[in-house]
Design a protein around this ligand. Structure first.
Ligand SMILES: Cc1ncc(COP(=O)(O)O)c(C=O)c1O
Length: 379
């Protein structure tokens, strides 16, 4: 049997990793400034994370959601404390797409409506409603295209209003900072205006924090900078530091009923151990503050690089925009300088999404490599 060939792969085979470094089978060291799509939050194989998962594995790894699992309540309490989002309940699942799918379902159940408003350049995952709300027709199968989704320009309040006036809208789904799309972010007034429109038209707002959440921007959630209250907050990626886990924070105004949502694996004991360890490490190592500090240092170090035309994003969710396609530059950084960075839908933009434990010396290594690589970049 072969592998279903859907990924374009670099010819690199990691066999172990530690903090911000990855090592291949020949022990070549790579600096990881991408965290496997923003997943690594507290560092690869953090000793406490490894100890807590190992301990849990030796006790009980899994049982379904038909028994008491106090680790889930422990997670909800820690999440409320660290994020300040005390007015929400938690539903656990296994990935970012599932988190958004469940958030959209809750919005539809709660309102009795079915249309979705999403934004151009969005990415919400690959399950049915989530992928329909993703602005990339290439990954939407005819089966998914049955969902009714209206795509608006990010930041265009009038377009959202017009879409709401068509009626039957259950949810507006928005990434506070677009990840895959290329780090664009609407301004505070946009979030406030669409929130008040959503109240008028009785639909719910979903702030997709799958990529931007869990301290990555220096706030626990990126939306908090804009001071508003989403109805639903899907989370994943940094939540498990590599353990597959997702969830939705659901505002107390929305009432649960037995059987409304469900999952076999979601919230299993191992996943809870991973997330609880991540939350404790973020708190004890003050990684939200570290994200803010390292971001400031990063921005300072790159400010005099003339080829960088624009820097987008916040905290340790950054996009460096050039005026030429970055594919070759990124390849050079990986293959010749042994540094992982990310790409996006914007062909001119490099994404920087390191572990929140990244240090000044790692940033210096990157900046030196970038300067060297730019001298030889195909422009
Ligand atoms: C903002 C956002 N939402 C949802 C997803 C989907 O997450 P997953 O790949 O875990 O299904 C992603 C993945 O990149 C994302 O960036």
């Amino acid at each position: 049997m072969g592998l279903f060939n859907v990924y374009q792969l670099f010819d690199i085979t990691p066999v172990r990793a530690q903090d911000v470094f990855i090592y291949d089978e020949n022990d070549v060291e790579y600096l990881d400034l991408y965290g496997g799509h923003a997943v690594i939050s507290v560092g690869h194989s953090h000793p406490e994370y490894v100890a807590r998962l190992s301990d849990q594995l030796s006790k009980i790894a899994f049982y379904s959601n038909s028994i008491q699992n106090p680790l889930q309540e422990e997670m909800a309490e820690k999440l409320a404390k660290l994020s300040g989002c005390a007015d929400y309940d938690l539903f656990l699942c296994n990935s970012g797409a599932e988190a958004n799918e469940n958030a959209l379902k809750v919005a539809s159940f709660a309102t009795g409506k079915h249309k979705i408003i999403a934004f151009k350049n969005s990415f919400h995952g690959r399950t049915s409603a989530a992928v329909a709300a993703t602005d990339n027709p290439k990954i939407v199968a005819p089966l998914n295209a049955q969902q009714e989704v209206i795509f608006c320009e990010l930041g265009d309040v009038a377009a959202v209003q017009k879409a709401l006036e068509t009626g039957d809208v259950c949810a507006i789904i928005v990434e506070t900072i677009q990840g895959v799309g290329g780090l664009d972010e609407a301004d505070t007034s946009f979030f406030h205006e669409i929130y008040s429109l959503s109240r008028k038209h009785h639909c719910l707002i979903i702030a997709d924090e799958v990529q931007s959440g869990f301290g990555r921007t220096g706030d626990f959630f990126a939306f908090q900078k804009h001071d508003w209250t989403p109805d639903l907050i899907p989370i994943a990626k940094g939540m498990g530091n590599g353990f597959p886990v997702g969830g939705v924070l659901i505002h107390h105004d929305i009432k649960a009923s037995f059987g409304m949502l469900g999952t076999t694996f979601g919230g299993n004991h191992l996943a809870c151990a991973a997330v609880n360890a991540v939350l404790d490490i973020i708190e004890t190592e003050q990684l939200m503050q570290a994200a803010t500090d390292m971001s400031a240092y990063f921005l300072d170090q790159i400010k005099d690089i003339p080829e960088i035309k624009r820097v987008k994003g916040r905290g340790l969710m950054l996009g460096l925009e050039f005026d030429f396609p970055i594919a070759d530059l990124r390849k050079d950084l990986i293959l010749n300088h042994h540094i992982f960075t990310g790409n996006s839908k914007n062909p001119n933009l490099i994404r920087i999404l390191p572990s929140l434990t990244v240090q000044k010396s790692h940033i210096d290594t990157f900046v030196d490599a970038l300067k060297t690589a730019l001298k030889t970049a195909v422009q």
